[in-house]
Design a binder for this molecule. Structure first.
Ligand SMILES: [Zn+2]
Length: 203
């Protein structure tokens, strides 16, 4: 029994998608790497929390107070795609067609798991729409039942405000998170988005 090795395996096991077998493989792989490489990896992990903050505008992860997307002159700040998690921002960005901004809610409604409306950045979304007057909100919340409920909830929250509300076209695989949707499907769903509320005129 090598205690230090077993402890590392335990730690690795706590990561998502890493089972015990993979954890052992990773740990043994690490043991064979040069010490400096491991120190670099350990430092990246140790400092990630200090280096990365939530963008004060869209709540995506960022190294600066305002993220690169929110501060870019090439993006349309009047078009806001509401997503559940930062990984969804990466998914939409990967699809490569979107030129608007984002609003990261921090999850989807799931009362059974204690995720109620007050746990998500819904008030922030309403405030943003009121203050910044975007012309369109795209509900990009995926196709699970919880995502659908959250999208409906958002549409209702925003219904009295002067903004067009759309959602990704149907055709996303049912029950799947946005991050697992292939780029073409996601890109199409964005392009063929349908209106669910708010102003009827095109921007
Ligand atoms: Zn941002």
């Amino acid at each position: 029994m090598v205690q230090a090795l077993e402890k590392l395996v335990e730690e690795l096991c706590s990561l998502p998608t890493i089972g015990r077998k993979s954890a052992w493989r990773l740990a043994l792989f690490m043991l064979e790497r040069p010490a400096e490489e491991l120190t670099e990896l350990a430092q990246s992990i140790a400092t990630i929390k200090q280096k990365i903050v939530h963008c004060r505008v869209c709540y995506n992860y960022s190294e600066r107070e305002t993220c690169a997307i929110c501060s870019s002159a090439n993006r349309d700040g009047g078009l806001i795609c509401v997503v559940a998690r930062p990984t969804d921002v990466f998914a939409v960005e990967r699809a490569g067609r979107y030129r608007g901004a984002y609003h990261v809610l921090g999850g989807v409604l799931s009362p059974i798991n204690g995720i109620t409306a007050d746990k998500l950045r819904l008030a922030e979304l309403v405030a943003r729409v009121k203050n910044n007057r975007p012309h369109e909100i795209i509900l990009g919340l995926g196709a699970s039942a919880e995502a659908e409920t959250t999208a409906l909830y958002c549409a209702r929250l925003l219904s009295g405000l002067p903004v067009r509300i759309t959602r990704l076209a149907r055709g996303l695989p049912a029950g799947i998170e946005l991050e697992y949707v292939d780029q073409l499907t996601l890109s199409q769903a964005l392009h063929e988005r349908t209106q669910v509320g708010g102003q009827s005129s095109q921007p």
